[in-house]
Design a binder for this molecule. Structure first.
Ligand code: NDP
Length: 296
């Protein structure tokens, strides 16, 4: 699925040309239609819908918004949605018991536990309680291990979404110098692995990296996932760079912003925030759930 002929985008290749806006929302919308058809086909063949359980513990407002959106999308694409809300005081043992029940529930193909969890619950133990075969976030060590070993079951949603945006715009990482800023298990590390799998030459930068700009400035593709609002700008990239901004932050006046100062960029292409990587993360969650259902 490519978008080279789209009239909505000017494709700049030289300095001074407008920045190609990599519209993750449009990519997600296009992929959603294809996904809906695949889900309808699955439902007809298997006589059941793929099922996604979303578990939220407590009342964190940002998490509530994310979960609502995931539940709504699950239903919209034609999957079975199980939405489980638990009180803040839920014990670790009770949460583990619930996940174990969902692990055995034949109507459920994916289990998503919304993070962060309340402080008294150990996140690693909870994530590892999810059967890797039912982990659409790709966060269990079972799934991360398969990814690193080149035998991917599903990859974490956000980095996979980044790869699909590049694919949509025919921006092939093969042979390119890629810098990933951030090394978390959920974004940075799997992002680097997916870029490596796509034959890029990859550098991973982090908080202890010396002279970050020296790395980002020479890169063909920079994926910024530092979790620092408006952290990098025009000076940090070369004019032919492709800049992917994974960061999501809410400003004091309730606007959503990223890790990159998008408006000042003079690069080949970049994702905006909002409307870039964010919409692809949820789309990948849906696609991964179907992929897991198809493996049953
Ligand atoms: P983490 O806080 O887990 O990781 C941040 C990473 O950035 C760390 O590896 C850290 O290095 C590195 N870092 C911090 N400061 C610097 C610096 N000055 N220079 C270079 N590297 C630095 O965040 P996540 O990976 O979970 O998320 C990153 C961002 O992406 C957040 O804004 C988050 O909200 C957003 N996000 C967006 C999603 C989406 O759907 N669009 C989904 C998931 C996350 P070190 O390891 O040394 O501490």
């Amino acid at each position: 699925m490519t978008n080279q002929s789209s009239k909505r985008y000017k494709r700049p290749n030289k300095a001074g040309a407008p920045v190609l806006r990599l519209d993750g929302k449009a990519v997600a919308d296009a992929r959603r239609k294809v996904l809906q058809d695949k889900i309808a086909q699955f439902t007809q063949t298997r006589q059941r819908k793929p099922g996604l359980a979303v578990v939220i513990v407590g009342q964190d407002p940002a998490s509530q918004v994310y979960v609502k959106s995931k539940v709504k999308t699950t239903t919209e694409v034609g999957m079975l949605s199980k939405h489980i809300e638990l009180p803040e005081t839920t014990s670790q043992a009770d949460l583990q018991k619930l996940i174990q029940q969902l692990n055995e529930d034949k109507t459920i193909d994916g289990i998503l536990v919304q993070l962060p969890l309340p402080k008294h619950i150990d996140t690693t133990t909870i994530v590892e309680t999810i059967k890797p075969e039912k982990d659409p976030d790709g966060l269990t060590t079972g799934n991360l291990g398969l990814l690193m070993a080149g035998r991917k079951r599903v990859a974490p949603c956000t980095p996979q979404g980044v790869m699909k945006i590049l694919e949509h715009y025919n921006l092939d990482p093969k042979g390119k110098n890629v810098v990933v800023v951030g090394r978390s298990n959920i974004v940075g590390k799997p992002m680097a692995q997916l870029m490596l799998d796509a034959d890029a030459t990859v550098t991973i930068a982090h908080s202890q990296t010396k002279n970050l700009k020296q790395h980002t400035k020479q890169a063909d593709i920079v994926v910024v996932a530092a979790g620092k609002p408006q952290f990098l700008g025009a000076d940090d990239f070369n004019e032919n760079a492709i800049v992917i901004d994974v960061g999501i932050h809410r400003t004091q006046d309730n606007k959503v912003t990223g890790d990159v100062r998008f408006k000042e960029l003079n690069v080949r292409a970049a994702t905006p925030v909002p409307g870039g990587v964010g919409p692809m993360t949820i789309q990948m969650l849906m696609e991964n759930t179907l992929a897991l259902a198809e493996l049953t």
